[in-house]
Design a protein around this ligand. Structure first.
Ligand SMILES: Nc1ncnc2c1ncn2[C@@H]1O[C@H](COP(=O)(O)OP(=O)(O)O)[C@@H](O)[C@H]1O
Ligand SMILES: [Mg+2]
Length: 214
């Protein structure tokens, strides 16, 4: 089964026809590149795939429960966060689970019953299974790999240069471990650091291990 299936895609802006009845599929382990002149419709295609733009015609089907990560040209970051705080936001859903677990513990201090014990055990299992207790060491690993530790984990994001920001955004994306990584013109985004940095970081992905530095 394909991760992504696009059938009969057509889209135009004004009298500019970007695609006519286009179809393709993407399978696990495949890498797809979209090449075209400025204005050909590359970014629009990605926006259609992400559901940000509704196409004139066509059918887009993602395999269910798939986690898609996107590195776009205009990635949003929280300017007042430190590098470390920002990288931790990759795990916000797990910190939520930790909060719920702590609430259950608080409740258990006054009442104890089976239901609460089960709830606590469930949250503990989720955290262990998702490697919650190694978050900080995983952040450190990726940050070191991308040369972010050298910038300083306590630096405020708004004080970073464009290239440094790019590294931090890419690090967060890698920490989120998406099943599919969509990169819109990463060469522009990562400026001078491309391609060694990008390829090196993509190699951190287990399913991309076939990509090697040449
Ligand atoms: N929201 C929009 N409204 C009208 N025209 C648009 C819009 N977005 C993109 N376009 C036009 O569609 C074409 C394709 O744009 P885009 O997908 O950004 O191209 P690429 O990423 O290949 O450079 C361009 O001519 C652009 O001006
Ligand atoms: Mg574009």
């Amino acid at each position: 089964m394909s991760l992504l299936e696009v059938m009969g895609l057509s889209h135009s802006y004004g009298d500019k026809q970007l695609y006519t009845n286009a179809s393709f599929e993407l399978y696990k382990g495949e890498h797809m590149g979209v090449v075209g002149q400025n204005g050909a419709g590359k970014s629009t295609l990605l926006k259609i795939l992400m559901g940000e733009v509704v196409p004139d015609n066509g059918y887009i089907k993602w395999q269910s429960n798939i986690k898609v990560g996107i590195l776009d040209q205009y990635a949003h970051i929280i300017e007042n966060y430190t590098v470390f705080q920002y990288l931790k936001t990759a795990f916000n859903d797990l910190y939520d689970v930790e909060r719920k677990l702590n609430d259950v513990y608080m409740e258990m201090a006054s009442i104890q019953n089976d239901k609460l014990m089960k709830k606590a055990a469930y949250y503990q299992d989720v955290l262990e299974e998702k490697d919650f207790y190694n978050i900080e060491s995983n952040i450190a690993k990726v940050a070191t790999g991308l040369g972010i530790t050298a910038i300083g984990m306590d630096k405020i994001l708004k004080e970073l240069s464009g290239g440094q920001r790019a590294k931090v955004i890419l690090a967060k994306l890698l920490l989120e471990k998406p099943d599919i990584l969509i990169l819109d013109e990463p060469t522009n985004f990562l400026v001078v650091y491309f391609p060694r940095l990008l390829i090196r970081s993509l190699c951190l992905f287990p399913f991309l291990q076939d990509l090697q530095l040449s």
